[in-house]
Design a protein around this ligand. Structure first.
Ligand SMILES: NC(=O)c1ccc[n+]([C@@H]2O[C@H](COP(=O)([O-])OP(=O)(O)OC[C@H]3O[C@@H](n4cnc5c(N)ncnc54)[C@H](O)[C@@H]3O)[C@@H](O)[C@H]2O)c1
Length: 368
């Protein structure tokens, strides 16, 4: 029996999901990708160990690909790492007729997509996401880039992968904390656009979920619907940034201060708690829904504790948010669970208030 495969398009990129995706990739390597002169495969030190052997067992011709291996972790999503990638590609004869395959989580697809897109003014790349975060979000939609002085995604460009192949089997080796990180982004997809999906996701703790494929497909369909209306993020695509203004502030703060920094998803989860409070204060989100959101996030994620003395630094980091306009902070908020509204101007005083609440929200949000 043929292996199951779903396909859809995001911003013109074909995306394949399911057990049968490697048959599809093999066929593409034999047909439309056959003209590529040199194939490079970018992985980090973990995905080369856990995912590469699986990939070549299913697509043996990729054994011949030139491997580029980078250090894992957000702290390596930098121009310095790109320079290493560009050097190796240059030495090994890469050009516009080459192809880069990004095998990894969002760090690899963000950095690899960027590195390929500016090498020789643009070399094609495909994404094979291996983390839940990359499967439902980072590998899709054409945002590529790197961090600058630990400020998130300051350097980058919109550049579409030629195709994306999502094989949920890679999740079997993904550490639990990283699975949880992707789950935060999945909760966010539900919160902004699909109340029924939110109910489904919050019925049981994430640890009990065993079959990810349906959830992945629903999350991707939400992202596709939004990105296809606004590929370059001039309007509705900003909805996908719910939780990210404060989330990126937590992430940057943690990268600067913690030996074991927050994952992207953990930071977004904390950001959603603050932005739900702002939604309640300025957009009329019902307090019962706000409390439901916070309770469900805390069911899966540990409250990241910050001292009140950190609030100034967190507020300062939000000034670098790419959604800001004319020096004003612009947020995506939610009116209801499943209904986001982008482009909401927010006073810094309210951001500060949300962070004060956050430092001590157990006093304010009743547990069930
Ligand atoms: N471009 C976008 O639209 C977009 C959207 C969301 C997030 N992002 C970015 O994605 C990044 C976060 O992605 P992430 O959570 O995948 O982080 P990541 O790529 O750093 O991966 C997390 C960890 O899991 C390991 N790993 C990945 N897959 C594995 C597997 N199958 N088995 C074992 N280990 C595995 C990695 O080596 C790494 O140590 C952030 O930089 C974030 O800014 C981008």
């Amino acid at each position: 029996m043929a292996k199951k495969i779903h396909s859809l398009e995001i911003a013109g990129t074909p995306v394949y999901i399911g057990q049968g995706v490697f048959g599809e990739l093999q066929e593409h390597l034999d047909t439309k990708l056959a003209t590529r002169e040199v194939i490079f495969l970018l992985a980090d030190e973990n995905t080369i160990e856990h995912c590469y052997p699986v990939l070549i067992s299913m697509v043996p011709q990729l054994e011949k690909a030139n491997k580029i291996i980078i250090k894992a972790g957000e702290e390596n999503k930098t121009l310095a790492t790109c320079e290493k990638v560009w050097n190796q590609m240059a030495v090994e004869g890469a050009n516009r007729q080459s192809l880069l395959i990004n095998l990894g989580g969002g760090m690899v697809s963000d950095l690899g997509g960027f590195a390929a897109s500016v090498f020789h003014r643009g070399m094609p790349f495909v994404n094979i996401p291996t983390s839940l975060m990359a499967m439902i979000d980072a590998s899709l939609g054409g945002k590529t880039g790197v961090d600058l002085y630990s400020l998130k995604n300051q350097i980058g460009l919109f550049s579409k992968p030629s195709s994306v192949y999502i094989w949920p089997g890679f999740l079997s080796t993904l550490p639990h904390r990283q699975l949880l990180s992707g789950f935060a982004e999945m909760l966010k997809h539900a919160l902004i656009a699909d109340g029924a999906f939110w109910k489904k996701l919050t019925k049981i703790p994430m640890a009990v979920v065993s079959d990810w494929e349906d959830h992945i497909l629903t999350a991707i369909q939400i992202k596709a619907k939004i990105v296809n209306k606004d590929p370059l993020e001039n309007g509705i695509r900003r909805q996908l940034n719910f939780g990210h203004t404060l989330g990126h502030a937590f992430e940057t703060y943690s990268l600067r201060n913690d030996a074991s920094p927050l994952t992207h998803g953990e930071a977004v989860a904390m950001g959603m708690i603050c932005e739900a409070y702002i939604s309640y204060r300025s957009l009329g989100l019902d307090h019962a829904q706000r409390d439901e959101l916070v309770r469900n996030i805390l069911l899966n994620f540990t409250h990241y504790k910050i001292p009140t003395t950190a609030i100034d630094e967190l507020v300062e980091i939000t000034h670098y948010d790419k959604k800001n306009r004319k020096g004003r902070l612009m947020l995506t908020l939610i009116r209801d669970i499943g209904k986001a509204v982008e482009g909401q101007q927010c006073e810094l005083a309210l951001v500060r208030e949300s962070l004060f609440r956050y430092t001590d929200f157990s006093r304010h949000i009743p547990r069930e």
